[in-house]
Design a protein around this ligand. Structure first.
Ligand SMILES: [Fe+2]
Length: 195
């Protein structure tokens, strides 16, 4: 069974930037609960989960993805806070970090091992995509409506929907990691020496 201290260790660099310790604790608690609900027993096992089942990950793992998205969203938020003389909307960096860590927590329930060394979509995943299952889990654990929004609306479910600005940063960072893989699979990613 994965315990909260182990999850705190996985996301140590991101959690260290959070000022609101109650939100940091809740973030860790929700992620740990996701591991439990998805049946992931060890951190070693957790770190092997692939980023996505939707395209070839080329070895990028779920945890690497979550960290890259959290750091990317944080950088997008910081760039505006540090550059604009007047920031046109409030930006909550703790919410960016918590939402980044939690945006894909539903994948812990959406993905399961297939028994042949690979992974497949679980029955729960067929019933509800990860933005929905993750939002439900976070709400059950007492997350704010705004944190629920970062999870529920970070992917296509959020298209055309109302969003807190932190969701916008998380969405953009998320697709900055997903789109190049999809483009690579479609032969549309221009790389050195290839069209
Ligand atoms: Fe994601």
């Amino acid at each position: 069974m994965i315990i909260t201290d182990e999850i705190r260790g996985v996301f140590a660099a991101q959690i260290a930037k959070m000022e609101n310790s109650a939100l940091a604790d809740l973030t860790v608690e929700i992620f740990t609960k996701g591991c439990e609900r998805g049946g992931w027993e060890t951190v070693e096992e957790l770190k092997k989960i692939p980023f996505t089942l939707l395209t070839d990950c080329h070895g990028v793992t779920f945890i690497e993805h979550v960290i890259a998205v959290t750091d990317g969203a944080y950088a997008l938020a910081k760039a505006q806070l540090d550059t604009y003389a007047t920031v046109p909307y409030p930006i909550d960096l703790d919410r960016v970090l918590a939402g980044g860590i939690l945006h894909d927590v539903g994948k812990l329930m959406e993905i399961e091992r297939d028994g042949n060394g690979g992974y497949r979509k679980s029955r729960a995943g067929h019933c509800a995509r990860h933005p929905i299952s993750g939002a439900i889990l976070a709400a059950e654990c007492g997350a704010s409506d705004e944190i629920v929004n970062t999870i529920a609306c970070h992917a296509k479910e959020g298209d055309g929907r109302s969003q807190v600005v932190e969701t916008v940063f998380i969405h953009q960072a998320d697709f900055a990691t997903f789109n190049p893989l999809v483009m690579k699979a479609a032969g549309k990613l221009i790389v050195r020496g290839q069209v």
